[in-house]
Design a protein around this ligand. Sequence first.
Ligand code: AMP
Length: 218
Amino acid sequence: MQILFLGAPGAGKGTQCARLAKHLNLVHLSSGDLLRQAVKAGTPTGVAAKSYMDKGQLVPDEVLIAMFRDKLTQPECDRGFILDGFPRTVVQAEALDQLLEELNKNLTIVVNVQVDQKLLLERITGRRTCTNKDCGATYHVKFVPPKKENVCDQCGQNLTQRSDDNEEVVAQRLAVYDKQTAPLINYYDKSLVLRTIDGDGEVEEIFADILKTIKVLA
Ligand code: AMP
């Protein structure tokens, strides 16, 4: 299966994609995670991406297209994958179409996770992640608080907030989503594999909804 998730920052794509990847034993390719790893490792991609990410702007299309071409042509993607955060522009979507054609694959389903705009800002600015990269548990100061403030329930390490999850950068990321990424809903609607899921609810409920939707199409 080749699954693509669409949704604004804070819609909960990352959480749902990670669960689904485990459940279906598929590779989870998160563009944001891949870029953050590249920044941390100081690779040329990371160096090129950092200033855009800090400002909440999109990293140039060619950087993402090259990164995903490299990933999707690896043998580990042969049995399927979940795309989370790529594509984010029509140019990237067209490049993905071309790449899939070369690989003789298509998208099984595009899941659009819809959340009320007003909720997104609160969701993102409250997000916290465990600093232990082998744990990576995620929390929310209001919706999923840890038992002890700023300490991971699972491994006891400190929690951290992503540097681009502050209010000013988030406002920019949401504006960028509206302008450059939301048009992809229309783009994929034409291909008849787009399904919209209500992303405002409990993680478990939303996951059950996603599984149901995928089964209908698979
Ligand atoms: P995310 O973790 O998905 O919210 O992504 C964090 C940041 O990485 C975004 O604000 C962008 O700067 C950059 N980014 C992630 N995916 C893409 C993409 N497909 N195209 C361009 N920039 C991206």
